[in-house]
Design a protein around this ligand. Structure first.
Ligand SMILES: C[S@@+](CC[C@H](N)C(=O)[O-])C[C@H]1O[C@@H](n2cnc3c(N)ncnc32)[C@H](O)[C@@H]1O
Length: 191
């Protein structure tokens, strides 16, 4: 299976910032559980049009940086039209490459993107490369055994066990599942 078959359809990008999703996730409230500080540099992998990047920009403040990386020019253009604050840096990249320096990031966020990138092991290695020592990489994604009908095709999804293995094989010291509901899970990996 190639990366393209798995990739989110840019024609549906408005859904990513729509009211249904806002109500489901309430990003500022969901992100408040993480220790993200003003002035930090954080990485939003597969940012889409900024559903998470914009609240992250509030958390790191004007002295911080949010690298918003996405492979879709259309989605990045749509994000740019939303006029993000200057600490948000939009970059067109093809993951698993991030084109960021070694040990440059305080925190990494991968929401609903890990399962779209091939090969996933290389994405885990890239996360380990760009994260500072003791930094945290957090993965929010779809359960293969989800109860609901929303989300990507089930054969595209990765289990908690699979993602945990990729992260540990890439050198992360620990991987902990800190939340789940009937459709999604959250993994926190410490370098
Ligand atoms: C399901 S959307 C999630 C967007 C965002 N993280 C969110 O939760 O709102 C997945 C995003 O990852 C991007 N993406 C998928 N594969 C990618 C790759 N190989 N490199 C960079 N971005 C990719 C897609 O273009 C899309 O914007």
């Amino acid at each position: 299976m190639t990366s393209d078959e798995r990739r989110f359809d840019p024609q549906k990008m408005r859904f990513l910032i729509g009211p249904e999703r806002q109500a489901r996730w309430d990003p500022p409230r969901f992100l408040a559980r993480f220790d993200i500080q003003p002035g930090q540099s954080v990485l939003d992998l597969g940012s889409g049009p900024g559903f998470w990047s914009l609240p992250l920009a509030e958390m790191v403040g004007p002295a911080g940086i949010v690298w918003a990386l996405d492979a879709s020019p259309e989605i990045l253009e749509f994000f740019a039209q939303r006029q993000p604050p200057p600490q948000v840096r939009l970059r067109h990249v093809e993951l698993p490459q991030t084109e960021l320096p070694d040990a440059s990031q305080d925190w990494i966020w991968a929401a609903f993107v890990f399962h779209e990138v091939t090969p996933p092991g290389q994405l885990a290695s890239e996360m380990a490369r760009v994260l500072k020592d003791s930094g945290k990489a957090v993965i929010l994604d779809w359960r293969p055994d989800a109860a609901g009908s929303a989300g990507p095709p089930r054969p595209h999804r990765l289990s908690v066990e699979q993602v945990t293995q990729y992260m540990l094989e890439s050198g992360f010291k620990s991987v902990t599942q800190t939340w789940q509901d009937e459709d999604n899970y959250l993994l926190e990996a410490v370098k």
